[in-house]
Design a protein around this ligand. Structure first.
Ligand code: COA
Length: 148
């Protein structure tokens, strides 16, 4: 699949919101959740410690995936992560994870953390196979970490 990985720009906000909704649908089978509050998404474009990376595909003429990360100094937190359904299982998600991990290393951060729903077995498998281990259970969510 032909795509480029790059940092998101403000013009990508609409596409990112669409992918956010796809993520919510995939995980919760719900459509009635609040999308990003505009100031929350905005914070990724004004705060150096928050970054979104996107996979941009000319073939699909739009963004096919994104990962948002937050620099917590002692660890990088993966906030949201989604690849559009028709492009899944083709390595795009893994590439986005690698970009996030490279970003962490570039900022001298050696630990990456995330939460995944207990019910989201596909994502758990992906993380496990990419070196993430279960750290704790927080209600219905599992916290996983990877040391880089
Ligand atoms: C998780 C997600 C971002 C992965 O993106 P992707 O492009 O499909 O990932 P890759 O192609 O690089 O890797 C696919 C891996 O994930 C697994 N996987 C991902 N989605 C899957 C699905 N729907 N069903 C079965 N396996 C799936 C595959 O088994 C594969 O694992 P393996 O290569 O170790 O065998 C994508 O599936 C997605 O957007 N899911 C819905 C939203 C979500 O769950 N986000 C994560 C929140 S914590």
């Amino acid at each position: 699949m032909d795509y480029k990985l790059r940092r998101a720009v403000e013009n990508d906000k609409l596409a990112i919101c669409g992918l956010f909704n796809e993520m919510i649908w995939s995980i919760y089978k719900e459509v009635n959740r609040e999308p990003y509050a505009d100031d929350y998404l905005e914070s990724f474009f004004v705060d150096d410690s928050k970054v979104i990376f996107v996979a941009d595909s000319p073939a699909f003429e739009h963004i096919i995936g994104y990962i948002s990360v937050i620099d917590h100094i002692d660890h990088l937190y993966i906030d949201d992560f989604c690849v559009t359904e028709q492009c899944r299982c083709a390595g795009v998600g893994t590439s986005l994870l690698h970009v996030a991990e490279s970003f962490a290393l570039g900022h001298h951060i050696k630990k990456v953390a995330l939460h995944v729903e207990e019910s989201n077995k596909a994502a758990q498998k992906l993380y496990h196979n990419r070196g993430y281990d279960i750290y704790s259970r927080d209600g219905n969510r599992i916290r996983m970490i990877k040391w880089l």
